[in-house]
Design a binder for this molecule. Structure first.
Ligand code: FAD
Length: 288
């Protein structure tokens, strides 16, 4: 099996303790030499300043290529583009451009009267504003707001036509789900790279809640397996095995890039990467 190129998603820390945890996470995962790491933008735009700070600090201190998530929620076009310009001024021109989810408690996405109304509008705005490398989200299990699977794929195509260079997918449980989606994208004429998003399951109940909210289908065999693993206190072993198996099937099916949702907990991601043959590479300066 050829080792895949990997990338990692982090979220911005909201406390001093969380800052240390993020830094520990970076220390554990950086030796695996990801092609980039990304920093999320809190639902409803809630972590705007924290994301900006985390992106700038990671760029300055980690030595890793950083991508900043950016959403359209609760901001005017000028404010959103201002944040993108701040990222660029800090040296970060890779953006993961998303429409975003509304803040907790709101039922659906409502665009700001002077804001970008969709991810496509945001991508177009970024394209006009400067030299950004734009990645976008994609949904192998079909986004809950898409009218059907076809609309889900057509909308992704529009995002590439607007200027995106790569899609990172929402997490899913079975390789077949990704292959079906990839085939549908190919059939629709999409030839840009689509990188599977991988969630190593640190917390089963949390993963179930998250899956329900974003439309990820949970197969019965996974529910049964976690029920038994919880009973016997071996969730981490199961999570590592399920995740490594999923990645291995994806790689066997031709996938060569994987994007890990780390949740700022590095252990499972590290173990899965090791199982896939992605192992620490020493910088020459550390060998001499
Ligand atoms: P889009 O692709 O724009 O829309 C999703 C679906 O809805 C489309 O497939 C389409 O069928 C339909 N749709 C939407 N708008 C239209 C329209 N105008 N016309 C027709 N159909 C439409 N959320 C955050 O808040 N912060 C983050 O940092 C963050 N990071 C993420 C990273 C990744 C890799 C992914 C996959 C998701 C992330 N999300 C994040 C979640 C994301 O914001 C939500 O899934 C949101 O509901 C959709 O955003 P999007 O830009 O991917 O959706």
């Amino acid at each position: 099996m050829t080792a895949p190129a990997i990338s990692f998603e982090f979220f911005p820390p909201q406390s001093l303790e969380a800052s240390f945890r993020l830094w520990d996470t970076v220390q554990v995962l950086a030796p695996l030499q990801p092609r980039f790491v990304s920093v999320t933008y809190g639902a409803g735009g809630t972590t705007r300043d924290l994301t900006r700070e985390a992106v700038a600090t990671l760029h300055k201190s980690s030595g890793l290529p950083v991508a900043a998530h950016l959403t359209c929620v609760n901001a005017t076009r000028e404010e959103t583009l201002g944040i993108a310009r701040d990222f660029a001024a800090a040296g970060v021109t890779d953006i993961v451009a998303l429409r975003g989810d509304p803040p907790k408690g709101s039922t659906g996405f409502v665009s700001h009267p002077d804001g970008f109304a969709s991810s496509v509008e945001l991508i177009e705005g970024l394209r006009e504003a400067g030299e950004f490398n734009i990645r976008v989200g994609a949904y192998p299990d079909t986004h809950p707001e898409a009218t059907d699977a076809q609309a889900n794929v057509s909308y992704l195509k529009r995002k590439f036509e607007a200027g995106a260079s790569e899609a990172l997918t929402q997490f899913f449980f079975e390789a077949e789900t990704f292959f079906r989606f990839r085939d549908a994208c190919e059939k629709a004429g999409i030839d840009a790279p689509i990188t599977p998003g991988i969630l190593p399951i640190e917390n089963w109940k949390g993963a179930v809640r998250f899956a329900k909210s974003c439309g990820t289908h949970i197969p019965t065999w996974v529910v049964d397996a976690f029920d038994k693993a919880e009973r016997d206190g071996r969730e981490d072993l199961l999570a590592t095995a399920i995740c490594a198996e999923l990645c291995s099937e994806l790689i066997d099916g031709g996938v060569d890039t994987l994007h890990f949702y780390t949740l700022n907990r590095p252990e499972l991601t590290r173990d899965v990467c090791h199982a896939l043959g992605v192992t620490p590479r020493l910088a020459l300066k550390n060998v001499a």
